[in-house]
Design a protein around this ligand. Structure first.
Ligand code: HAM
Length: 413
């Protein structure tokens, strides 16, 4: 019997793992210089952590969570997102004593969506959160951080920052009522899915990918008619700060995000290179969420980026193999090979040998693996106790003594 991976899951190896590790490196670097501390939480939590905060009528909660009953009848869910577990962890471990708390996390999330390019059932997210600051500068700081990380990972990609405000909780309530009324009046051509959301979650109709829903949404009331002057002032401040840094953005009044906990600032970084899964990174402010989860009444803001989407967009990494490949012509030359490997270990140069006593095959293997240097042990080399080193970049070969290998490699690297 041949096992296949579960639908919507994938293995990460080869070029992809190089890109994955490069992403981790860039993220850790920027987290470090901006003073965000890493946190890792379990991949499963009690289901209640997600149901209400994400929205009982959101797609994620309605259709996508991997929820199961544990043997002691407790409902458990594989985390579909990282914001609520990170807040839970901050509360559990008393990390909210000193504010603001700036944290980041990277790891797998689980959503039972229809798999397609850029959309998986297990995928990895990079997640940054600032808890405990209502200063609009904290919004700006996180947007700049997202912008810096994306520019570093995808220097040639055309990425567009979409920005919107949902106003404060009160404005949002007025807006939702107006939307419900509008969609009720225009319900004839709405999809069945959207009709079911008119009363409970009209914001989610604005997310719909159905053509008719999109057409009807285009004439729906806009949040700007409902937001308070305070929310508007904050939004203006954020936009002005971004402009002063020359960070380009478009205002998108239909950007509402797919989870229920947002208010005020929301944003997404989008690309046109990924088809319908065009959002690389999304986030926003979630004042009220922390207290809903049992913490103090403090605001928060954050974002998450999909690692698999970044990998799909990344250029190949020029991965010249750092290890020295070895080519041996005959089993009898092993003692000479052992001298060489002992020496390479001592000078901390990694090596690779494929156990094939065939110089031609070992050289072709080295070139497939993009090795920079090959050390050859043939009859002459064994009889006269020297080596031949081949520089695979320019094809030149040189006879060399063991103790000169270090200088040669350092010179040519
Ligand atoms: P989200 O928009 O649901 O937000 O997900 C953020 C990002 O995760 C998406 O933009 C996308 O790149 C990636 N993503 C989501 N679902 C999938 C999937 N099925 N396959 C591959 N990639 C996917 C959140 O999760 C919020 N917790 C973000 C946040 C943090 N808001 C505040 N803080």
């Amino acid at each position: 019997m041949k096992f296949r991976p579960v639908r919507g899951t994938h293995d990460i190896y080869g070029d992809q793992i190089l890109k994955y590790n490069e992403i981790l490196k860039v993220v850790s670097h920027f987290a470090n210089i901006s003073h965000f501390n890493e946190i890792k939480t379990p991949i499963f939590e009690f289901s209640e952590l997600f149901r209400k905060p994400l929205g009982e009528h959101s797609e994620v909660v309605l259709k996508e969570m991997y929820t199961f009953e544990d043997r002691n009848k407790e409902s458990i869910t594989l985390r579909p997102e990282y914001t609520t577990p990170m807040i839970r962890a901050a509360i559990t471990n008393n990390l909210l004593d000193k504010l603001p708390l700036k944290i980041f996390g990277i790891g797998p999330m689980f959503r039972r969506e229809r798999p397609q390019k850029g959309r998986y059932r297990q995928f990895n997210q990079i997640n940054f959160e600032t808890l405990g600051s209502e200063d609009p500068y904290s919004d700006v700081e996180l947007i700049i951080l997202a912008n810096d990380i994306l520019n570093k990972i995808l220097p040639n990609e055309n990425i567009q920052l979409n920005l919107n405000t949902l106003g404060d909780k009160n404005s949002l309530l007025l807006y939702k009522n107006a939307l419900s009324k509008y969609f009720e009046d225009n319900s004839q051509n709405l999809s069945e899915d959207s009709k079911n959301k008119i009363k409970n979650n009209p914001l989610r109709i604005l997310d719909s990918k159905d053509d008719n829903d999109i057409k009807i949404s285009k004439s729906s009331p806009l949040i700007y008619e409902f937001i308070s002057s305070e929310s508007k002032a904050i939004y203006d401040q954020i936009k002005n700060n971004l402009k002063s840094l020359d960070i380009k953005f478009v205002e998108n009044p239909y950007l509402v995000r797919g989870l229920d906990y947002y208010c005020n600032t929301v944003f997404e970084f989008k690309t046109s290179s990924l088809g319908s899964q065009d959002t690389i990174l999304g986030g926003g402010r979630y004042d009220g969420l922390i207290s809903t989860l049992g913490g103090p009444d403090i605001p928060g803001i954050g974002w998450a980026a999909g690692v698999e989407r970044l990998i799909l967009l990344m250029q190949n990494i020029n991965n010249l193999n750092k290890s020295v490949h070895i080519a041996v012509a005959n089993k009898n030359y092993i003692p000479h090979l052992l001298k060489l490997t002992n020496y390479l270990k001592k000078i901390e140069i990694s090596y690779y040998w494929n156990f094939k006593y065939n110089i031609k095959k070992s050289l072709s293997n080295a070139s497939q693996n993009k090795a920079k240097f090959v050390i050859i042990i043939g009859e002459n080399e064994f009889n006269n106790q020297y080596f031949v080193i081949k520089n695979m970049l320019d094809g030149q070969q040189k006879e060399i003594n063991l103790e000169d290998i270090k200088d040669y490699i350092n010179d040519k690297s």
